[in-house]
Design a protein around this ligand. Structure first.
Ligand code: ITT
Length: 186
C-alpha cells in the first residue's frame, strides 16, 4: 500500500500546509477535509496520533494518511499560545500577539510541527522545531504567524515556500518523514 505512487491523504483544512508538504515531499498528496476532534493530551505527538487514528477510522483505512499539528510557543508568555495557537490567531490576531510580546526583553519563540502518518493501523510521528524571535509583522508570503516570526534576520513571511521549508518546523518534520518513507520503499 505504500509504494511511491500511492497518494497520501493529508487531512487538513489548511491549504498552506498542503502547499508546503507538496513542495518538499516527492509523493502525490491529496487534501481531505475532515474536522477530527483534537484530544487533550500531554504531548502534541499524542494529539496528532489520536487525530490520525480518528481520521483513518472515519475515512476507511484503504489509503495511508497524515495529519499535522503545529503551534507557536512564546517563552516570555509561558509557552502561550501553544495549543491555543489557532484560536488565538482567529480571535486576538497576530498583530496583538506581537503587542503582547513587544515589551519583553526576551522575545524568543519556537514553532513545533508534528506529522502523524498512519497506514495499516500503525501510526508513526515525526517532529520538527524551529526557534526564532517575535517581531513586528513583516512580509506577505506564508500564513498564520509567519509575519511575526523571525529567523536569521527574515520573517517566515519574507521567504519563499522552499526557503521556509529549509528551516521551518514543518520542513524538518517533512524531511524526517521523507527519509523514513524512502527507507520503507527500499
Ligand atoms: P488543520 O486543519 O491542519 O488543523 P490549522 O490551520 O487549524 O489546520 P493547526 O491547528 O495545526 O492548523 O495550527 C495551529 C496554529 O498555528 C494556526 O493558527 C496556524 O495558522 C498556526 N501555524 C501553524 N503552522 C504555521 C506556520 O508554518 N506558520 C505560521 N503559522 C502557523
Amino acid at each position: 500500500m505504500t509504494d511511491s505512487t500511492t497518494p497520501i491523504r493529508f487531512v487538513t483544512g489548511n491549504p498552506h500546509k498542503v502547499d508546503e508538504v507538496r513542495a518538499a515531499l516527492d509523493r502525490p498528496i491529496e487534501q481531505v477535509t475532515f474536522d477530527y476532534p483534537e484530544i487533550q493530551a500531554d504531548t502534541i505527538e499524542a494529539v496528532a496520533e489520536a487525530g490520525a487514528r480518528e481520521a483513518y477510522n472515519h475515512l476507511g483505512g484503504d489509503h495511508p494518511l497524515i495529519v499535522e499539528d503545529s503551534g507557536l510557543r512564546i517563552d516570555a508568555l509561558g509557552g502561550f499560545p501553544g495549543p491555543y495557537s489557532s484560536y488565538i490567531e482567529g480571535t486576538l490576531g497576530i498583530e496583538r500577539v506581537w503587542h503582547l510580546t513587544e515589551r519583553e526583553d526576551d522575545r524568543t519563540a519556537s514553532f513545533v510541527s508534528v506529522i502523524a502518518y498512519i497506514a495499516d493501523d500503525d501510526v508513526i510521528t515525526f517532529t520538527g522545531r524551529v526557534t526564532g524571535t517575535i517581531v513586528a509583522p513583516r512580509g506577505r508570503a506564508g500564513f498564520g504567524y509567519d509575519p511575526i516570526f523571525e529567523v536569521d534576520g527574515r520573517t517566515l513571511a519574507e521567504r519563499t515556500t522552499a526557503e521556509k521549508n529549509e528551516l521551518s518546523h514543518r520542513g524538518q518534520a517533512i524531511a524526517s518523514f521523507a527519509t523514513w518513507l524512502d527507507d520503507q520503499s527500499r
